[in-house]
Design a protein around this ligand. Structure first.
Ligand code: PMP
Length: 261
């Protein structure tokens, strides 16, 4: 509570089924291991707690937020003075971006705030300290954008404040590799799999901003956002300024997977 000393997950529920629950539970435990927080519950029990909370709240299409804090301690920093980590499961509904943005695309700006240096606080950890992302998000909203692009400490493209980023160029799908200082998104990995199943070549690589400026298409992925087209960056129109065919194909495949239609 005092220092953001904990980890979390955001998970979707579609048609009464918790989507990619095992992947989310695994990432939660990996984030916890990375900050040396021992979650006092087994992974299967955690998964059951999520399903039970969804059921108890009668949610068939919604969102679950799993939060684990290190528990009460003293006012100091020493985690050894805390015992009793706390687990919170919130089951709710979610609507992140307006519907028309899925059809027309959203605009991005590049935030001047870079993503956390991986050797300071690894972006692979989904920790309760999201100030880095929030500061970049504020830059985006000041510029009238619902998302903002964040670079890493090397000046390469990392991700957006709460979403991963993909581009399409000459039919090839590219996204920053996991060593680019990003959260390894579960939606990202799902979309990579869907793209490969569809016969689309996928590269996890190093991207610079120029690659986005000259891309044919660009889209973002996230649990809450799902797959959403991005049609401009820093005032430069991406491609023809409309969601492109590969983006629409993958959005349709993602919707089929989650909603069966
Ligand atoms: N990057 C960041 C910084 C995030 O917080 C998130 C989750 N909102 C993502 C990427 C997307 O990850 P996922 O697909 O697992 O939700």
């Amino acid at each position: 509570m005092l220092y953001g000393d904990g980890v979390f997950e955001g998970i979707r529920v579609y048609n009464g089924k918790v989507f990619l629950l095992e992947e989310h539970v695994d990432r939660l435990y990996e984030s916890a291991a990375a900050i040396r927080l021992e979650i006092p519950m087994t992974r299967p029990d955690m998964a059951a707690a999520v399903r039970d909370t969804v059921g108890a709240n009668g949610i068939s299409d919604g969102y679950v937020r799993l939060v684990v804090t290190r528990g009460a301690g003293t006012l100091g920093l020493d985690p050894k003075k805390t015992a009793n980590p706390q687990i919170i499961v919130i089951a709710d509904t979610i609507s992140l971006y307006p519907h028309e943005m899925y059809e027309q695309g959203l605009k991005l700006i590049t935030a001047s705030t870079i993503r956390n240096h991986p050797q300071a606080l690894s972006p692979r950890i989904k920790s309760l300290n999201y100030l880095n992302n929030i500061l970049a998000k504020v830059e985006g909203s000041d510029a009238g954008c619902v998302e903002a692009l964040m670079m890493n400490h090397l000046g390469h493209v990392a991700e957006c404040t709460g979403d991963n980023i993909f581009i399409v160029k000459n039919g090839i799908l590219s996204t920053p590799s996991t060593d680019s200082g990003i959260l390894e998104g579960i939606t990202r990995n799902c979309v990579i799999r869907l793209a490969r199943e569809a016969g689309i070549e996928v590269r996890e690589t190093t991207l610079i901003r120029h690659d986005i400026y000259v891309a044919d298409e660009c889209f973002l992925t996230g649990t809450a956002a799902e797959v959403i087209p991005a049609t401009s960056l820093d005032g430069r129109v991406i491609g023809d300024g409309k969601p492109g065919p590969v983006t629409r194909n993958l959005l349709a495949r993602f919707q089929k997977l989650t909603r069966g239609s």
